[in-house]
Write a protein that binds this ligand. Structure first.
Ligand SMILES: C[S@@+](CC[C@H](N)C(=O)[O-])C[C@H]1O[C@@H](n2cnc3c(N)ncnc32)[C@H](O)[C@@H]1O
Length: 391
């Protein structure tokens, strides 16, 4: 085994011993099992005690199997030998990404996305982070009077919890905890589900003494609805403003959120975050029309990108890839991973950027990399690229 693979397995062993494993994913499968695509691994509590649950995701079906810790490690070793080219280990201490190439493997570490390792019951409902008795959940129709989650809102409920989990991990490992005033802006806040959830989380769990959360939304009736709920719930420090993202005056933002803002509205939001030196930027890009409309296929990929679905996915990858490189050029460390799909879009990339303080040392090199990707795909305009270069 290559050294990085050995190191990855050793880290897995350690985190199982220390009970800091949150989850592990294996992907980019190139092995012989035509039906297998991914394996998702997480610790669970069963009647027989703690086990490691493996969920084998196939093209048409899923199956699950539990192992003890030693078996789990041996399974992972085997899978890394038999065709999985990518492995992502999330622990409460760090995230590790293993990439196995044709000739060699490499491992990269990042700050932890999750800060708690919850041992979830295998068969019972998840232990959710968000308080289901919060007023806003009832006002927005997620819960009934009893606090029970409405059946039709279960997906939204899961999405809210996932979002708060990610927010908490990012916040806990940031330098924002002791700020006397924490400023959060949610661009394209819509019906406000995630804005209220962010406010609720920061209001009850942070040590910041004052909190300002602003939802920016272009549709006035949604702004009105959300402000009414904020008033009725006595959510001081939370307000919604009717504005377009591009026109919103953004100063001194600590955390900028832009989830499912349509097409280039995501770029406007990222630009606001960068200009305001936001410490944390969280975006879940939605449609990718701008690049799709311009994208030409490099000669090498003509046979692949002739399929509309491949064009669509490539446009998504190139758009979010350019965005993340631009953020890196501007001095952010970035991560792209899977969030959860919504009723607005089945696309589920989440782009997280953490400000590291100054423009990247290799900014010129990153700039050249972006330009060569754009040239290769015949892209003349990319909104964030233009906003940053013209500003
Ligand atoms: C798909 S919804 C997502 C709402 C929320 N962020 C969520 O993820 O649940 C996108 C929202 O962004 C708003 N929006 C889109 N472009 C905008 C812009 N340029 N300025 C302000 N709001 C915008 C839309 O009106 C819509 O309510």
């Amino acid at each position: 085994m290559d050294e990085p693979v050995q190191q990855f397995v050793a880290e897995l062993l350690q985190c199982l011993k220390k009970r800091t494993l949150v989850k592990l994913t294996l992907g980019n499968y190139k092995g012989d099992d035509a039906s297998l695509q991914k394996i998702l691994v997480r610790p669970v509590e069963t009647k027989k005690g703690s086990r490691i649950l493996f969920q084998y995701r196939g093209r048409t079906s899923d199956r699950v199997q539990n192992f003890d810790a030693a078996e789990a490690v041996s399974q992972i070793k085997d899978h890394l030998r038999s065709g999985f080219r990518s492995a992502h280990l999330f622990t409460t201490e760090k995230d590790l990404q293993l990439t196995i190439g044709k000739r060699s493997a490499k491992i990269t570490a990042a700050r932890p996305t999750f800060i708690t390792a919850k041992l979830l019951p295998h068969d019972r409902e998840k232990n959710y982070l968000v308080d289901r008795h919060a007023y806003y959940l009832k006002a927005l129709g997620i819960t009934a009077d009893s606090g029970k989650i409405r059946n039709e809102a279960r997906d939204k409920w899961k999405q809210i919890n996932k979002f708060v989990e990610i927010l908490r991990g990012l916040y806990e490992s940031s330098n924002l905890k002791d700020k006397p005033l924490l400023k959060v802006v949610d661009m394209g806040s819509g019906k406000g589900y995630l804005t209220f959830a962010a406010y609720d989380f920061f209001g009850t769990q942070t040590s910041s003494s004052a909190l300002s959360v602003i939802g920016v939304e272009s549709r006035p009736y949604l702004v009105e609805l959300c402000n009414q709920i904020a008033r009725a719930g006595r959510y001081d420090g939370l307000k919604f403003v009717p504005a377009s993202i591009a026109d919103f005056e953004a100063n001194n933002i600590d955390i900028l959120i832009a989830l499912h803002a349509c097409d280039t509205a995501t770029d406007d939001a990222l630009h606001k975050g960068i200009s305001a030196h936001a410490s944390i930027i969280i975006a879940a890009p939605c449609c990718h029309h701008e690049i799709k409309a311009q994208m030409k296929s490099p000669e090498l990929l003509a046979g692949i990108l002739k399929h509309p679905v491949m064009r669509e996915r490539t446009a998504e990858t190139i758009t979010d890839g350019i965005r993340s490189l631009l953020l890196e050029r501007e001095g952010y460390k970035t991560k792209i991973f899977e969030f959860v799909a919504t009723e607005h879009t089945p696309k589920n990339n989440m782009l997280v950027a953490i400000r590291s303080g100054s423009t990247a040392k290799d900014a010129a090199e990153i700039g050249r990399e972006i330009e060569s990707v754009m040239r290769e795909f015949g892209i003349e305009r990319q909104r964030l690229f233009d906003l940053l270069n013209d500003g």
